[in-house]
Design a protein around this ligand. Sequence first.
Ligand SMILES: NC(=O)c1ccc[n+]([C@@H]2O[C@H](COP(=O)([O-])OP(=O)(O)OC[C@H]3O[C@@H](n4cnc5c(N)ncnc54)[C@H](OP(=O)(O)O)[C@@H]3O)[C@@H](O)[C@H]2O)c1
Length: 303
Amino acid sequence: MQVLVTGGTGFLGGHLCSELARAGHSVAALGSKNADLTRPHSLEPWDITRFDQIWHLAAWTQAGDFCLRHPGEQWIINQQINTNVLTWWQRVQPQAKLICIGTSCSYDPRIELTEDHYLIGQPIDGLYTYAMTKRMLQIGLLALNEQYGFRYLTLVPSTLYGPGYHTDGRQMHFIFDLIRKILRGKHRGEPVVLWGDGYQKREVVYVGDFTRVAVQLAETLDNDLVNLGAGEEFTIREFAKLICDRVGYDVGAVDFDTTRYVGAKSKCLSVDKLRRLLPDMKVTPLGDGLSDTIDWFRRNSAF
Ligand SMILES: NC(=O)c1ccc[n+]([C@@H]2O[C@H](COP(=O)([O-])OP(=O)(O)OC[C@H]3O[C@@H](n4cnc5c(N)ncnc54)[C@H](OP(=O)(O)O)[C@@H]3O)[C@@H](O)[C@H]2O)c1
């Protein structure tokens, strides 16, 4: 198949492009350098190819309190990116299936995180704009499907983790931040201070599991939205303990700063639908995934 991936230079994009290539597909990986999607005609160089799948991963965001500090820019940039991709799909690539990556942030954390609730209720304040631009992307998919019969799929991951993360100093997703802080505590003697009281719960999904299952689902599933997570959440203290055990750092030396922004208290995707679709799905055990990620940090001196 001919496959185009926006956001192909990012953390998830790199893993996804490798997975698609392993599956035998011809992959065009795009980043902001070869196609700045805020510009309306940036996709023209790819007009000539009839793509079977377009994976739309590109988004302007970072972890931590980034969304809290950039709501205006995020609205403008992400709406531009999404509108330009959907416009190109409509005008030039109507035969392609468009596969978009949603976010667990789009859910209202006060109601169950089941797929039928993706567009219902209110996302939390600090992530509101980012969450709503992802919801608007979903509305775009529904609208183009309704009017033209175009095929789409939305996959909603929980926080992704694994090797190959950013090393450019941007704000890290909590799981990478935890690993980096604990490695710095171990190797540089820096104090390890984690945000919040440590009782907030999070779910993570190993990036290799996500891409493998995503590619599999995209082959057969049309016009649907599916949560793709591990289905189990842990407190930050539990994550810290697992990491400390692997790094060889005393978990008792870890401190908590309750004045810092922590976002939702709990965020665990319902994976009932995923289990119905793929009853035999296996995920990488958390301890193994953390060991791989810690090894990657060490190999790349990323702490
Ligand atoms: N990581 C997670 O845990 C997670 C969880 C839920 C959902 N997601 C979603 O998954 C997708 C990928 O996430 P990620 O973690 O891989 O993010 P990432 O590493 O930050 O990658 C973002 C990608 O978007 C591209 N991009 C940004 N602005 C662009 C622009 N103006 N024009 C073209 N491309 C642009 C970047 O290109 P350059 O690098 O070349 O600038 C990069 O390839 C995003 O849609 C994100 O919302 C991620």
